[in-house]
Design a protein around this ligand. Structure first.
Ligand code: ZN
Ligand code: ZN
Length: 417
């Protein structure tokens, strides 16, 4: 009996880029030493991918949504709900969720947006927030700390909207903002109520945290107090069909950032945590690769994401990005050596380009390569933006990927007679 086919979606976050003068006009992927990706391209089927549509810079959240076949243009209502799910809050349809920073203010002026990258005591601060700011008007406030200065917050109640401006000014040295309804808010009354509750939340949190023992300790140790919480990235939770219901596939996700992890939880994927997966350049890529291999034992689809290439891109540091891409390649090398490719298809791509010269996400297409079961090889010899552009898969959009993969897996359903 033929065993079930499986598929791996392997994403180097922000791995796509643009030609760089100092690298003989190669991109960072092209300049990096990537024997595994090159073999995947040489023996597999290549192309370019536009995560959303040509020229549209994608966020990690919208890109992963599209790649998994959930149209972000239809379902995306801000990143807040994914962040909140990622830190373990049970987000429900209608909730408005925010990402938050613990920060330091003097009066209204933000002195440090990350409260000295506070790494201890935020659980106690969160406890105080829960005890004292659990409800505003008829709205329930749910607050959970994440790593370092990060946290997530959910407002649950009738008639709320995500269409509000942010509290976080994003720059130090300026006053934090009053939230207001967005000018083009569709649900004006909902946005007004949400902004009012949000402003009250921030005011009361500041009162609760100002003289909290954790902050007294920080002040006497010469550290900036975490005396406020700055919400941003408002989003309304929508109901998304689980990946199992949509495709009939048992799916797992092995990723390093809460944002994408939250999407996985949203889609009811098994979100697997890996020891040593730090989300930084020091991440243990081999542990990630082993976890992917193990997850294939009892899943039909495994999505993995290594975050580090994106960081090099944001920093404008090509060397750092190249090192990160080479880490992604080592993980792929492990999979090439250990996975049964007669029954497994892998897709290797980036969720968006983060060119070093741009220092942010851009709307350029990213290389894509399919290898293993069900793939039709082409003449492409190595992985990269230019080589893959000559491949048999042509230009794909994120939303087309699941069709391509389920077809390669031999699990696509015929359209028509
Ligand atoms: Zn990304
Ligand atoms: Zn990024």
């Amino acid at each position: 009996m033929e065993k079930n086919t499986r598929t791996i979606i392997f994403i180097g976050d922000g791995m796509g880029g643009l030609p760089i003068d100092g690298l003989d006009s190669q991109t960072t992927v092209e300049a990096a030493d990537t024997p595994a990706m090159d073999r995947i391209a040489r023996e597999g089927a290549c192309g370019l991918m536009h995560p959303i549509s040509p020229g549209r810079p994608a966020g990690s959240d919208t890109s992963h949504m599209a790649i998994l076949g959930y149209d972000p243009q239809k379902y995306y209502r801000g990143r807040g709900p994914f962040e909140a799910k990622g830190v373990g809050i049970d987000v429900r349809p209608g909730d408005v969720a925010f990402r938050c920073n613990f920060a330091t203010v003097e009066g209204r002026t933000v002195v440090d947006r990350r409260a000295g990258r506070i790494d201890k005591g935020t659980d106690r601060l969160a406890e105080a927030i829960r005890e004292n700011v659990g409800k505003i008007e008829d709205v329930q406030v749910i607050f959970e700390p994440s790593v370092e200065h990060r946290a997530a917050m959910v407002l649950r109640g009738e008639g709320l909207s995500h269409e509000v401006t942010e509290i976080d000014p994003h720059d130090p040295g300026v006053d934090y903002l009053e939230s207001r309804p967005l000018e083009d808010a569709k649900d004006r009354a909902g946005a007004q109520k949400t902004a009012r509750v949000l402003n009250e939340f921030v005011r009361r949190v500041h009162e609760v945290l100002e003289d909290h023992p954790v902050n007294e300790e920080r002040r006497s140790a010469g550290k900036p107090p975490a005396n406020i919480v700055l919400p941003r990235g408002a989003g309304t939770a929508v109901d998304l069909e689980s990946l199992k219901d949509r495709y009939g596939l048992d799916a797992a996700m092995i990723v390093e950032v809460d944002l994408v992890r939250g999407l996985g939880k949203y889609l009811d994927m098994d979100v697997i945590r890996v020891e040593g997966a730090t989300g930084g350049l020091n991440t243990d890529e081999m542990a990630i690769a082993k976890a992917v291999d193990e997850a294939l034992d009892d899943h039909d689809l495994v999505l993995a994401n290594i975050k580090a290439p994106d960081l090099g891109g944001h920093d404008g540091d090509c060397e750092k990005k190249i090192k990160a891409i080479e880490k992604v390649d080592r993980a792929l090398g492990y999979l090439l050596d250990n996975v049964d490719w007669d029954r497994t298809t892998i897709m290797v791509t980036a969720d968006h380009a983060t060119p070093c010269a741009v220092m942010d996400h851009s709307g350029h297409p990213v290389p894509i390569a399919f290898f293993g079961h069900g793939t039709c090889p082409d003449d492409v010899e190595r992985y990269g933006e230019r080589p893959c552009a000559k491949g048999i898969m042509g230009h794909l959009r994120g939303m087309q990927i699941m069709d391509v993969l389920t077809n390669m897996m031999g699990r696509a359903e015929k359209f028509g007679a």
